[in-house]
Write a protein that binds this ligand. Sequence first.
Ligand SMILES: [Zn+2]
Length: 89
Amino acid sequence: MAEAVAQKGKQMKQVLVSELDLTKIQGNGDFPCPNCGVTISPEDESEDVYTILEEKIRNDALEELVIQCNKCSSRIRLTGFPILKMENL
Ligand SMILES: [Zn+2]
């Protein structure tokens, strides 16, 4: 096709991005990578399993996080972070 020729040299790198709403996850927040199924724990800060690419903070609260799975290199956009409130005991 003519269009394919026109795009030659202007290669678009397609990266798979999945969206995940943390409010729909049961339990302690761990979830399987939508692509390869490896368990990703948001509390794991070792970055062995995933790498944080982007953080969106709003009013001192984490609103959105874009991570990359180190196993399959797919990207996952996490939303729905719980708003941490200071509770009076
Ligand atoms: Zn993966």
